[in-house]
Design a protein around this ligand. Structure first.
Ligand code: AAL
Length: 419
C-alpha cells in the first residue's frame, strides 16, 4: 500500500510530465510548430496560428511574390500620353487563345484635368475612352484586335467614356460589365454607374443594352456616386459581381468593395446587406479558391497589400500580407465561371502601370504579372518573403519641399542656429 507522501509524489510527477515543454521552461521551441502549441501564446503568436492557413509564408497557399514582364505588341506613341491602355479585364481562354479587354484612350493630348477638359481633351487617363481587346497565344505577346465597345451616342449613359470592363461567360454567352461616364471624370468626383453589353462570341459583335445594370446606391449611402471595377464571377449558382466605390469625400477618399448578386446577367442585381464586404483595396481582383473566394486587396485602406479569403464569398479574413501587388490586376482564372466548389487559384494575369513617363504625359501601360496563388503549382521562388529593391526605388520616394522646410525649421528651433 502506498503512503500519502507517495501518492503526492506520483501526482506531482504526472502533472509535471503532462505540461508541454514550451510552458514548462517558458521557451518557444526552436523548430516552428506547424500546429498551434497548447500553451499560452502572445497575441501575435496566437494570430500567426489562427489567422493564416499555415504559420509561415512558404507553405501558405495564399501567399506569393509577384513578378512582372513587359508585354510585346502594344504601341504607346512614344509615351507622349496620347495613347493609354489600363484596367484590364480578367484574361479568358477561348478559341485556342487568350483574350483580354481594357480601357483604351487615344486622344489629341494627354489628360489635362477636369477644368481644362473639352469634347476632345481628356480630364483623366480614363476619360474619352473605349473598350478594346487583344488576343495572345502565350500571354506575353499580344495582338490588338481593336474596339469591342465604343462610346454610345448621346444621351445614352456612357457617352463621355466607357472604361474598366470585365467579362462574364454565362451559359455559353459573353457579358461585359463596364463603367459608363456621362460627364468628364473629375468634374464631380469619379462618378458613374455600371453598364452591360453582350455577345455570342468573344470576338463580338457586342450589343449594348444602354441601360444601367448596377445602379448607384441611395442618397447618403457609401456607393451613392460611384460603382467602379465591376468584377463578375460564378459562385453558388449565381453571378457574384464585386465592385468598388469611392466615398467619404476628398481629401480623405475611402475606397471599399461591395458585392451584388444576380441569377441572370441582365439582373436584377441585389446588393449584399453586408456591403462593403472588403474594407480596403482599390481595383477589384478576386477568384474562386477552395470552397470560397480569395481577393487581392491592393491599394488603399488599412488592409492594403493583403490577400484575403472568405469561405462564403462575403466575410473576408486576411490570409497573407504581400508586396508589390499588381495594380488593377485581371488574372487568368480557368475556373472563374465554372461554379466550382474547389477553386484552384491563379498564376498570372495582366495589370497596369500608371504615369509611366511622369504626370505631364500621363498614360498607363498594360503589364503581365506572375505569382503562385494556386493549389496546382508549387513555386518556392514565389514564396520568398522579402523583395530586394535597389536604392533607386527608395530614393524615388522623396521628401516634398514642404516636408524639408518643416524639418529644417524644427532643427533650427532645437539648435538655435538660423543659417
Ligand atoms: C481605376 C479604377 C476605375 C476608376 C479609375 C478608372 O483604377 O478604379 O477605373 O474609375 O481608376
Amino acid at each position: 500500500m502506498k503512503t500519502i507522501q507517495q501518492h503526492w509524489y506520483l501526482l506531482v510527477c504526472i502533472s509535471f510530465l503532462s505540461i508541454p515543454c514550451g510552458a514548462q521552461d517558458n521557451h518557444f521551441p526552436f523548430m516552428l510548430p506547424e500546429k498551434k502549441p497548447d500553451f499560452p501564446l502572445s497575441r501575435a503568436l496566437e494570430r500567426n496560428y489562427e489567422n493564416y492557413v499555415t504559420p509561415s509564408p512558404e507553405t501558405n497557399e495564399l501567399y506569393t511574390q509577384f513578378k512582372y514582364t513587359k508585354l510585346n505588341g502594344f504601341d504607346y506613341s512614344n509615351a507622349d500620353g496620347t495613347i493609354s491602355r489600363r484596367d484590364p479585364s480578367k484574361v479568358i481562354f477561348e478559341n485556342g487563345k487568350y483574350y483580354v479587354w481594357y480601357t483604351y484612350r487615344h486622344t489629341v493630348t494627354s489628360p489635362k484635368g477636369a477644368k481644362s477638359s473639352t469634347e476632345t481633351i481628356p480630364s483623366s487617363d480614363w476619360d474619352l475612352s473605349e473598350i478594346w481587346y487583344a488576343t495572345s497565344l502565350d500571354g506575353f505577346t499580344w495582338e490588338e484586335q481593336g474596339v469591342a465597345i465604343p462610346r454610345p451616342p448621346k444621351p445614352n449613359p456612357g457617352h463621355r467614356s466607357v472604361t474598366t470592363a470585365d467579362i462574364l461567360k454565362w451559359q455559353g454567352k459573353y457579358y461585359m460589365y463596364y463603367q459608363g461616364f456621362s460627364e468628364a471624370s473629375g468634374l464631380r468626383g469619379d462618378d458613374c454607374p455600371v453598364l452591360l453589353s453582350y455577345a455570342e462570341s468573344p470576338n463580338g459583335p457586342w450589343t449594348a443594352t444602354n441601360k444601367i445594370v448596377i445602379p448607384n446606391g441611395p442618397k447618403d449611402s457609401w456607393d451613392q456616386y460611384s460603382i467602379h471595377d465591376p468584377y463578375p464571377l460564378v459562385y453558388k449558382d449565381k453571378i457574384y459581381l464585386y465592385y468598388k466605390s469611392d466615398f467619404n469625400q476628398k481629401p480623405n477618399l475611402v475606397r471599399m468593395q461591395g458585392l451584388a448578386t444576380a441569377e441572370s446577367p441582365f439582373g436584377p442585381f441585389t446588393k449584399s446587406s453586408m456591403n462593403p464586404v472588403l474594407a480596403s483595396g482599390h481595383e477589384t481582383t478576386l477568384f474562386p479558391f477552395k470552397q470560397g473566394i480569395a481577393a487581392l486587396t491592393i491599394k488603399d485602406g488599412n488592409e492594403h497589400n493583403t490577400v484575403q479569403f472568405a469561405e462564403d464569398g462575403v466575410n473576408f479574413k486576411i490570409a497573407s500580407m504581400v508586396e508589390l501587388m499588381p495594380t488593377a490586376a485581371g488574372p487568368y482564372i480557368p475556373d472563374a465561371f465554372t461554379n466550382t466548389k474547389d477553386g484552384r487559384g491563379i498564376t498570372w494575369g495582366l495589370a497596369h502601370f500608371t504615369a509611366v513617363n511622369g504626370w505631364s504625359t500621363n498614360h498607363a501601360n498594360l503589364v503581365r504579372f506572375d505569382c503562385d496563388l494556386s493549389l496546382d503549382i508549387d513555386d518556392p521562388e514565389m514564396k520568398k518573403h522579402h523583395v530586394y529593391h535597389s536604392p533607386g526605388v527608395y530614393y524615388k520616394q522623396q521628401l516634398t519641399k514642404e516636408q524639408k522646410e518643416r524639418i529644417i525649421k524644427s532643427n533650427r528651433e532645437l539648435t538655435g542656429k538660423t543659417d
